[in-house]
Unconditional design. Sequence first.
Length: 352
Amino acid sequence: MIEIKKLTNTLLSGQDLGAEEATAAAHLLASPIVELAAKQHFLIALSDKGESAIEVAAFAATFRDLATNPEVESWAADAIDVCGTGGDASSTFNISTAVSFIVAAAGVPVFKHGNRSITSKCGSADLIEALGIRLDAPHEVLRNSLEALNFCFFFAPAFHPAFKEVMPVRKALALDGRRSIFNLLGPLINPGRPAYQLMGVFADRWVEPIADALDAMGLKAGLVAHCTPEPGLALDELSCVGHNSVAGFAGLKHLRGSLPPDQAGLATCALDDLSGGDVAANVVTLGKLFSGSADAIPHGLLDSILLNAGAALWIAGRADDLIGGVAQARETLRSGRAAQWLDEARNFYSKI
């Protein structure tokens, strides 16, 4: 077996790991036998060198293989996940969660994969739980939810037992203010393995490498995005604020560059429009959005939600282009289908 020290020395020499070496490293990090200090030295060396697309893809594939299988293969070929890495410290509303609900209401299976908040007042799991959707739902219930609602939520801690051996080193690095490859992996290791993905990243430099990694993982199509509202600020999703950098993969591999909101027929907005609150406040905002009183929320927030929902519908092949996807998302809200979906979701989970 390859020793982690040897792999660390390779990184310290400035060399990338090959796919087999990176896979071996991921297994060593998941092992209870390898010492914490050795794991920490490896992750620091990898971060200092800069993670390659091959290394990220190998880590993602390994930890996805180590995840618990929810047995949702019947939906995976048509399913999408919409999520970001987190870590942008923006304190915005839960855009990706609202988008997931709209896309599910529009008829696309959604495999939402997420966790509780670490850096914000309200993470995806916090909002979903507040709406009555159980985080600890058994696998059979998740499959029934897909059948009834085109939606299920994979609560990350329940599906990634291997992370038990990784958490101590992640916490040690966090105390030193250091990121690691694990700050990127969450959206890449969805246990349901959806064929489509709209993924946001916390830094512009990761847009193309993560798109390359997802391409190597064999998805059908998708888009990686980052928004820079202004110098020094960042959003891990598309928005109508600032500059959106995007990179497509697989079926959308030709898309690279910028994606301004006017390409979707939307206007630019101020960053304040996207501000979120605590769990209770975000539940109220979601209710206004879905109840048809969208005018009661900032116009820029509505447009940013439509931009992401439109992109998701386009990625999943339910719209011919981005403008068509945005129109479909808007109609899902206007027609009341989204509000009806939310009522059905609450009713479904209240009976469990």
